[in-house]
Design a protein around this ligand. Structure first.
Ligand code: NIG
Ligand code: FE
Length: 414
């Protein structure tokens, strides 16, 4: 089955197939071909180039992309899209003056979501979650990491991870699964945190391994949640089960979590709204990618990750949605890219690099996703009519996506 896009105004993010990420000053460039074609056979990209080089073969389908752009679909490397219910009451409470951490202290926040999820059946949780995933696909997301962490009991964590597995099987998205048992200390372990960590290590991890439910391990390394020692214990245990770290660090306080993540060969360190010089030093000469989550900063009104400092230090940066009911109840990557430009002063080129190839790197899938290269998966965004990709972040809140192709198939027939 051969399909060819023709007359593409701009074919964006054209990279050598061997390139896995882009760092520092190089993030300023977004390689493109103007007036291009792109050929797909089955689920892979097989050819592309300027229209002048296009030779018609026996095409099954020609897609006229006149006045429109084609780019890799968004690679969202940090989400908590599997959750039950919502926390709109806490949203209103925050408007009325309560802080995110105050709400957590009185048993709201993550514990509130955990209580709801524990009382939700696996079927219902799947239905609620797949509806969100479907809307993400329509907004251009083509690969998505999903975390557990609203279960906080053996049973409920497994329920979440099984739902993630079902989403991976039933949606057309590329899904990577992360075990985040250490998201919060449950009420019943309030005065026995190490007892909860024992439960994670001795009961949850073996079951997750048995059912092959996760590829990554995450910890909310934060004051009042899990400290450096706890994080160290959990990551070391995860390693014995072959789970690579992708951790929440420096959301509210910076105290060495980044260096700890690097030491444990974390694939990514995420949040970094607070950043110390020593965090930057720890990231240099490492394979760990920092991930910024501007939707969380926007929604909670907390500082934005100082990505300029990271880029100036020649580091790569990825952008992700953090889609979750408490700190970022949206997974719209178009808006994330806009926010990155408007609030973190990323250029459109940097933001698009961060949300495609670097997002793929932060999930360990950039061999197959995140750029336009022969052999990569045909997971693509076809934009609405526009003059240039600058309009994607510029027209904030608008949906720039006309159609999305996943594995070589449009989600809606044109
Ligand atoms: O990444 N910070 C920890 N976890 C989520 C929020 C969790 C919640 O409030 O439900 C985050 O922001
Ligand atoms: Fe998160």
């Amino acid at each position: 089955m051969r399909k060819v896009f023709i007359n593409i105004r701009e074919l964006l993010q054209v990279r050598p197939v061997s390139q896995k990420k882009v760092a520092g000053q190089l993030m300023k460039s977004l390689p493109k071909i103007e007036n291009a074609f792109l050929a797909i056979r089955n689920d892979r990209i097989v050819d592309f180039g300027p229209m002048a080089h296009f030779k018609a073969q026996n095409e099954d389908e020609l897609i006229d992309a006149t006045d429109r752009l084609v780019l890799p679909s968004w690679c969202d490397s940090h989400s908590h899209v599997v959750y039950a219910g919502n926390r709109s009451q806490e949203f209103v409470d925050r408007i009325n003056g309560l802080g995110y951490e105050d709400i957590a202290k009185r048993g709201g926040g993550i514990l509130n979501s955990a209580k709801t999820l524990q009382n939700t059946s696996e079927e219902d949780l799947f239905e609620q979650s797949i509806a969100r995933v479907t809307s993400l696909i329509q907004m251009g997301t083509g690969a998505l990491e999903i975390k557990s962490g609203y279960g906080l009991t053996l049973e409920a964590e497994l329920k979440m991870l099984r739902v993630i597995k079902q989403i991976a099987q039933k949606s057309k998205l590329k899904i990577k699964s992360t075990f985040l048992g250490a998201h919060a200390v449950p009420e019943e372990f309030r005065s026995n945190k190490s007892g909860y960590i024992d439960l994670i290590i001795n009961e949850m991890l073996p079951k997750i391994k048995e059912e092959n439910l996760a590829r990554f391990i995450d910890v909310f390394c934060e004051k009042g949640y899990f400290d450096l020692e706890d994080t160290q214990r959990i990551l070391s245990a995860g390693k014995t089960y072959n789970l690579q770290p992708k951790i929440h660090v420096n959301q509210f306080n910076a105290f060495g979590g980044v260096a700890l993540g690097v030491k444990h060969n974390a694939l990514s360190v995420d949040h970094l709204e607070e950043l110390m010089q020593e965090d930057i030093e720890a990231l240099k000469n490492s394979e760990t990618i920092p991930v910024a989550l501007p939707g969380c900063s926007f929604f909670l009104g907390i500082p934005y990750t100082p990505v300029r400092q990271l880029i100036e230090a020649n580091l790569p940066v990825a952008l992700a949605s953090d889609f979750n009911p408490g700190s970022a109840p949206s997974g719209n990557m178009n808006f994330v890219v806009s926010l990155a430009c408007i609030k973190m002063k990323m250029t459109p080129e940097e933001a698009i690099n961060a949300a495609t190839i670097n997002g793929a790197y932060a999930m360990g899938i950039s061999e197959d996703y995140g750029s336009i290269a022969v052999g990569k998966k045909a997971n693509l965004i076809l934009t609405k009519k526009m003059k240039s990709y600058h309009q994607i972040p510029y027209e904030f809140g608008n949906n720039p996506v006309e159609n999305v192709m996943l594995n070589g198939h449009f989600i809606d027939a044109l």
